[in-house]
Design a binder for this molecule. Structure first.
Ligand code: FMN
Length: 304
């Protein structure tokens, strides 16, 4: 058992299911907890829902995944039902990930969502694979990110919010500070990177129907670790370090860089839900080997 305090929560394990992977129904999220995750994050949703991009929309490659799922979701009303069902079945915290096409939509979805009482609202301002429809992500602009953070905070009541940033834009450290200054209680770092592209050499065309997609998995671990490291030097709010974690060693790097919790997404795609137990056990073994009693004792040590 690797207990960890995060905001007002006490998690039995430091690993969290990242948004977009398995996280849409209460039953699948409960299974993730039973497999060892300390908390789960829903797939991102907005007010009305969205169809997303046609297949192929997820493409495994040697060092990770390329995805252009395109924020498909059934809309806040349906997700509220699933969150309530999850909470009735499971004691582990559930983080609700929201997005909006406009700044106002972030406010609207939050106003509706509070009825479900998620343990955290994760504010996705950084999805790189809807650029062709949505334009530049809000997370690339300090002004837009500040406005989104403020509106979600205004309607979230006493539910804490975590803003999820990508590594793009004017620097993760600066953007982290903007979020903290405008009311974020935590940060989730990072979203997928890019977008990137892979080409079928026989057909001689991009493989994804959307042509481009966000890059995740082992390929982005160094970018994620560096983002957490940089943000940790700028803010005091806790960080959910996400991006490329597939082993306990990866997760420990995130904690040494400054993460309080560890998000795992693509690793589940490759290794199945068993990855949570494996990473938790590896963190525990590392702590024991070096004489530490909790992840908090090693948090940020890479800065000293
Ligand atoms: C198939 C897929 C779908 C995703 N959907 C979302 C999403 O809906 N909202 C979001 O904030 N992040 C989404 N992400 C990003 C992940 O939550 C995570 O930030 C990113 O993949 C890096 O972590 P990883 O390398 O462990 O996958 C998605 C990632 C993948 C691979």
């Amino acid at each position: 058992m690797v207990n960890v305090s995060f905001l007002n929560l006490n998690l039995e394990r430091p690993t969290v299911l990242a948004s977009g992977i398995l996280g849409l129904t209460a039953d699948s999220m409960r299974r993730v907890v039973e497999s060892g995750a300390g908390a789960v994050t829903t797939k991102s949703f907005n007010t009305e829902g969205r169809k997303g991009h046609p297949n192929p929309s997820i493409l495994p490659f040697r060092h990770g995944l390329l995805n252009a799922v395109g924020l498909s979701n059934p809309g806040v009303a349906e997700v509220i039902k699933e969150i309530k069902k999850f909470k009735a079945q499971c004691e582990a915290p559930i983080f609700a990930s929201i997005f909006g096409r406009t700044i106002e939509e972030y406010g609207e979805v939050t106003q509706q969502l509070v009825e479900a009482s998620p343990d955290l609202i994760e504010v996705n301002v950084s999805c790189p694979n809807v650029r062709s429809e949505f334009g530049t992500p809000f997370g690339d602009s300090p002004q837009d990110t500040a406005k989104v953070t403020e509106i979600v905070k205004k309607y979230a009541g006493n539910i804490p919010i975590s803003v999820k940033l990508g590594p793009h834009g004017p620097g993760v450290g600066r953007m982290a500070k903007v979020c903290e200054d405008h009311g974020a209680d935590a940060l989730t770092l990072i979203n997928t990177v890019g977008p990137g592209m892979l080409i079928d050499i026989d057909v001689r065309k991009p493989i994804l129907s959307n042509k481009t997609g966000g890059v995740s998995g082992p390929a982005i671990l160094p970018i994620a670790v560096k983002s957490v490291f940089e943000a940790y030097e700028q803010v005091r709010i806790p960080i959910i370090g996400t991006g490329g974690v597939t082993t306990a060693e990866d997760a420990i790097q995130m904690i040494l860089a400054g993460a309080t919790l560890i998000g795992i997404g693509s690793g589940v795609y490759y290794q199945g839900m068993e990855i949570f137990r494996k990473v938790n056990r590896g963190i525990q073994d590392y702590l024991t080997k070096y004489g530490f009693t909790s992840p908090a004792e090693i948090r940020g040590l890479a800065h000293e």
